[in-house]
Design a protein around this ligand. Structure first.
Ligand code: NAI
Length: 387
């Protein structure tokens, strides 16, 4: 069976990576950006990436040339004609996305799937402008797309079952781990991961520990690859803050997702993280590194508090059928490299212990932010585990 032609719209951070993944998997790809310079630079960058893969012996020269030759770099959407799947990865703005989805539908034929890589907009809203909205779907990659195995597949209320099945089959064939997620704010990963940042910031704000100590607790004691502050500096405080704020607003200001002033001030000050040379940590050449307070008891307290908040979020996502329990655990390990799935971690920690920790926080602070998910209460009552 010949492979469908794949269109990718937007050749920025995500689009260029997605085009590479599709071409590696044998598809003819058309990568379109309205900006000529962006398209030229995407072409140059991909050439360099392929050269490096060949140098390292990961790809043969022939394979590299084949992959590169499969991608057509263009500024004209009309080149999408004949595609079986289009993945949109342009600016995160609903009006702009509406305009391009309307245009896309006029270019491709009836059975072309129209997907968005959006992180924060609803797929239902994006599809609403289509004449045939049953073909819209969310296909959400993680950055960098060629390296991160997870892809969230998000059918909207309008999406047909056939389109969901086909989209999943195509992305599975790209050697990705796909997980179905409900069309709800943040889908799985960007929702469940919020406390990793938010609770760490809160612990800092209360003066319990500094950035370096919190990061030490989460990496050395928790096994996370990066501590929350190092990770926020890596993502960029401006971007991470915006995601938090958009999830918070989308959840009708649920205090669970409340953004942090500390992060906002860092972003406002231009302390964006690595990209600006300074975030929570200083990345300049001769900077003196902060040293953590390696007090085990304090470290465990920090880890436990952030972990139970993460588990609570994962349990609540399951409670509200955002995804299956397997899907939620896969999403966090394959999309953001957590050392363990949160629900299996909950089983190991003991559901009762998780609930106790949360109940203590809830009583201490009296804030809705700490309310335990009904899922956990039910499980304790019935003596159940997730797995
Ligand atoms: P980006 O800013 O790097 O790239 C966007 C590209 O779209 C730009 O090159 C721009 O010239 C082009 N563009 C804008 N309007 C266009 C139009 N009407 N027609 C053709 N091209 C147009 O953005 P990035 O970071 O790649 O994000 C793209 C999408 O992917 C957004 O929806 C974002 O929410 C989502 N996303 C981003 C992730 C990230 O880590 N950056 C992760 C997962 C999803």
């Amino acid at each position: 069976m010949s492979k469908i032609k794949v269109g990718v719209l937007g050749a920025g951070t995500m689009g260029a990576g997605i085009a590479q993944v599709a071409a590696q998997s044998g598809h003819k790809v058309v990568l379109v950006d309205m900006n000529e310079k962006v398209i030229e630079s995407a072409k140059e960058k991909l050439r360099k990436i392929i050269e490096r893969l060949i140098e390292k012996g990961k790809w043969t020269e022939d394979f590299g040339n084949e992959v590169f030759g499969r991608i057509k770099f263009s500024t004209i959407m009309q080149d999408f004609t004949g595609s079986g799947l289009i993945i949109e990865a342009i600016v995160e703005n609903i009006e702009v996305k509406h305009a391009v989805f309307e245009k896309l539908e006029s270019i491709v034929d009836e059975n072309c799937i129209l997907a968005s890589n959006t992180s924060s907009l609803s797929i239902a809203a994006i599809g609403a402008v289509l004449k045939n909205p049953s073909r819209v779907i969310g296909i959400h990659f993680f950055n960098p797309a060629p390296l991160m195995p997870l892809v969230e597949i998000i059918p909207a209320v309008q999406t047909s079952e056939i389109v969901t099945k086909e989209a999943k089959l195509i992305i599975d064939s790209w050697d990705k781990v796909t997980v179905l997620a409900k069309d709800t704010p943040g889908f799985i990963v960007n929702r469940v991961a919020r406390p990793f940042y938010g609770e760490a910031l809160r612990i800092y704000e209360e003066g319990i520990a500094d950035f370096a100590t919190i990061d030490w607790a989460m990496t050395t004691l928790g096994g996370f690859r990066m501590g929350p502050f190092t990770l926020m500096d890596y993502i960029g405080n401006d971007i991470n803050y915006t995601v938090t704020e958009s999830v918070f607003k989308a959840f009708y200001y649920d205090p669970r997702y409340k953004p942090s002033f500390t992060q906002k001030r860092h972003a406002e000050a231009g302390y964006l993280g690595r990209k600006s040379g300074r975030g929570y940590f200083d990345y300049s050449e001769n900077a003196v590194q902060q040293s953590p307070n390696k007090d085990e008891e304090l470290g465990k307290k920090i880890l436990t508090r952030i972990l139970v908040m993460l588990i609570n979020e994962a349990a609540d996502a399951l409670f509200l059928n955002v995804a299956t329990k397997e899907g939620i655990d896969l999403a966090m390990t394959k999309g953001v490299n957590y050392p363990k799935g949160l629900l299996i971690w909950a089983d190991e920690f003991g559901i009762k212990n998780v609930l106790n920790e949360l109940t203590n926080l809830f009583e201490e602070y009296g804030e809705d932010r700490y309310r335990p998910s009904p899922m956990l209460k039910r499980m304790v009552r019935e003596g159940k585990n997730f797995f």
